[in-house]
Design a protein around this ligand. Structure first.
Ligand code: UT7
Length: 336
């Protein structure tokens, strides 16, 4: 009998995604605020974004179709799911967690579920957390979902933020693997002093909702774009380069960079620092904008067919907090 225990890694074994049908184009934004298509495209890379419309529709309604796609693809009974972790900054309500609502809507009655709030790095933080549940050997099927209805916290009279954000969500299924495919390494960081540059003032225990907070527009995103830009370029590029170095990899060993879609110029800077050519970088910012926790799984969803078993991919993100990080994944499957 071989008593040698093989290490369990958490493999991504399925991907699902969802974006609402309604598009908000740069041309439409030109009619709402003092901006223009050329400025938006050259400064951010965005042409259009998706908006979740409809009475009673919330972030869970972006997450549920993404998870249902996974259930269909894997022919999985939702009762088999052990845990659902939802990364979001736009929960359906402050409590219960959006993950609780999602589990109810998908019928994951045996799962425990909770939210992670790490803004644009939320999916990466949740992925690492989910992976450790699998690596512990105690859980076999963990769903990690990143979804945001950013349109619910965007001020459509503020041209510095309304051009950036969109709605969408994506999910992955994590399962144990013993063939060394899966989540291999992560570097995650946070620095709360960055809160001054990117936050939403109202609605929490500091500034509970009141007539005054509404009139002062405190229930919308506030962003001081330039400092965030500078921190993002440095943060995302630094951890991505560090991750390669400590795994003795170079850009040549990486099949794909999966970057947070906040600004094409931040993505380019990260790819350059890693020594990666543009054709190895997943970019869908032009059609979805910045969906916060949704960007990384939506990239995996869009590129799933091009990912090959054994590919080394690096997921990298930067967001409010500040939070940032990079994760190395060896892709676990080929898509038919
Ligand atoms: O995902 C979470 C993390 N967030 C990020 O990573 C976002 C990081 N920041 C950014 O991506 C960029 O800072 C923005 C896209 C938000 C802004 O781009 P920028 O190149 O940093 O522009 P800026 O703030 O330096 O503004 C340049 C000019 C200003 O005019 P003046 O002062 O030079 O006359 C702005 O008033 O562009 C003006 N401007 C606009 N013009 C047309 C700002 N917003 C707009 C607009 N349309 N929408």
């Amino acid at each position: 009998m071989n008593l040698k225990m093989s290490k369990i890694t958490a493999a991504i074994t399925a991907v699902g995604g969802y974006v609402p049908e309604t598009k908000l184009t740069n041309a439409e934004l030109e009619k709402m605020v003092d901006t223009n298509d050329e400025w938006i495209r050259t400064r951010t890379g965005i042409s259009e974004r998706r908006i979740l419309k409809g009475e009673g529709k919330a972030t869970s309604d972006l997450a549920v179709p993404a998870i249902q796609e996974i259930l269909r693809k894997k022919n999985l009974d939702p009762k088999e799911i052990d845990c659902i972790i939802c990364a979001t900054v736009t929960p359906d309500m402050l409590f219960p967690s959006t993950a609780n609502i999602i589990s109810d809507k998908v019928g994951a009655t045996n799962a425990f579920s909770y939210d992670i709030l790490a803004a644009c790095s939320g999916f990466l933080f949740a992925l690492t957390t989910g992976a450790t549940l699998i690596e512990s050997g105690r859980y076999k099927k963990v769903i990690v979902v990143g979804a945001d209805k950013m349109s619910s916290i965007v001020d459509y009279t503020d041209r510095t933020t309304c051009i950036i954000f969109g709605d969408g969500g994506g999910a992955v299924l994590l399962e144990p693997s013993t063939d060394e495919n899966g989540i291999l390494d992560s570097i995650l960081r946070s620095d709360g002093s960055g809160r001054n540059f990117l936050h939403m003032k109202g609605g929490g225990s500091l500034n509970p909702a009141s007539v005054e907070t509404v009139l002062a527009k405190q229930h919308f995103i506030f962003q001081d774009g330039q400092p965030v830009f500078k921190f993002a370029v440095k943060g995302m590029a630094d951890v991505s380069a560090e991750l390669l170095e400590r795994n003795q990899l170079t850009g040549d060993d990486i099949a794909w960079l999966v970057p947070h879609q906040a600004n094409l110029r931040i993505i380019d800077a990260t790819a350059n620092r890693m020594g990666l050519s543009k054709d190895k970088v997943m970019i869908n910012i032009q059609k979805y904008g910045n969906t916060t926790a949704g960007t990384l799984p939506l990239c995996l969803w869009d590129w799933e067919k091009q990912l090959k078993k054994g590919d080394n991919i690096v997921l990298a993100a930067f967001g409010g907090g500040f939070t940032w990080g990079a994760t190395l994944v060896k892709w676990a499957y080929d898509t038919e």
